[in-house]
Write a protein that binds this ligand. Structure first.
Ligand SMILES: [Zn+2]
Length: 75
């Protein structure tokens, strides 16, 4: 069962959702926005649910990437 959004529900708020692990079949709590996983979750068996969509906007992601790159260069 999925969690129904309220009619005024914000679309960018991550909600906890149970996903079945494809490796072991256990239910794992992951954070999703509109059904897409937005944060990495690790199952007890070690299977990793990778995020499907960056939580930040592409513009912000670019800024983060550049900041990260600069930090790495500074070493
Ligand atoms: Zn598992």
């Amino acid at each position: 069962m999925s969690i129904l959004e309220g009619c005024r529900g914000p679309h960018k708020t991550p909600i906890p959702e149970e996903r079945r692990c494809p490796a072991c079949g256990e239910e794992v709590e992951v954070f999703t926005v509109r059904g897409r996983i937005v944060a990495e979750s690790v199952c007890e068996c070690g299977y990793v649910f990778n995020e499907k969509e960056p939580y930040v906007s592409p513009g912000l992601q670019k800024i983060f990437d550049e900041a990260k790159k600069r930090a790495e260069e500074d070493g």
